[in-house]
Design a protein around this ligand. Structure first.
Ligand code: FMN
Length: 209
């Protein structure tokens, strides 16, 4: 499947085949592909909890407005945006850039200062926006890649974030932009046609707002 077809064919699926399991290798392949997504300064501020255990899915469903797809999908990914990834990953980013010849040793300080300036301190709103925007790109790549791997998905933000944090031991400073249900469409289900999208002219302006 080419990328354009994967984008055109991706739909948010409500009817997963609950009897189908997903292998750990397949989930890993999917997540590793999504991990190639671009990110600000290559800081990769995403983390993922893969929920496949049926009892855990039941708990997650309770936190997610009782949406049946949370239990029916083969796996549900809790997509986490980590504002602390600047501190956590900056040295790895710079080491890699230095080793690969992108930058010289003496530029490390300049780049570190630049990252601190661009993304603010750990509590700043711009730090949270940094984490969430990059993690959303990761999630989107994952949903497109899933189509190629024969999987369907459903992103969800209908949930109680505090409930998920409590039940899944996620530290308070992390953000959960969405859950992504991953699995297989139930046999015999015909999806309704894709719903309304705005016309190009409604949201695209040329050269000025
Ligand atoms: C961040 C995000 C959160 C969403 N949350 C939910 C949700 O909690 N429950 C749900 O049924 N659909 C949810 N959706 C699915 C949207 O309703 C769906 O993407 C939209 O209607 C377009 O349909 P399509 O994805 O099939 O093109 C969410 C989508 C996104 C991108």
């Amino acid at each position: 499947m080419n990328v354009l077809d994967a984008i055109r064919l991706r739909r948010s699926i409500n009817f997963f085949d609950a009897s189908k399991k997903i292998t750990e290798e397949k989930i890993r392949e999917l997540i590793e592909i999504a991990n190639l997504s671009p990110s600000s300064f290559n800081l990769q501020p995403w983390k993922v909890i893969v929920v496949t255990d049926s009892e855990k899915k039941r708990v997650l469903r309770k936190c997610a407005l009782d949406q049946p797809k949370v239990e029916e999908a083969s796996a549900v990914l809790i997509i986490i945006a980590d504002p602390m990834s600047v501190e956590e990953n900056i040295d790895s980013v710079l080491n890699s850039w230095q080793e690969l010849g992108y930058i010289k040793q003496e530029m490390r300080g300049v780049y570190k200062d630049m990252a601190a300036k661009l993304y603010g301190g750990p509590q700043d709103l711009k730090r949270k926006l940094f984490a969430v925007k990059n993690t959303a790109l990761f999630a989107m790549t994952l949903m497109i890649a899933a189509k190629e791997l024969g999987l369907d998905t459903h992103p969800m933000d209908g949930f109680d974030e505090e409930c998920i944090k409590k039940e899944f031991n996620i530290p308070e400073d992390k953000i959960i932009p969405m859950l992504v249900a991953v699995g297989y469409l139930r046999e015999g289900v015909n999806l309704l046609p894709r719903a309304w999208r705005r016309d190009y002219k409604e949201f695209v302006k040329i050269n000025s707002y």
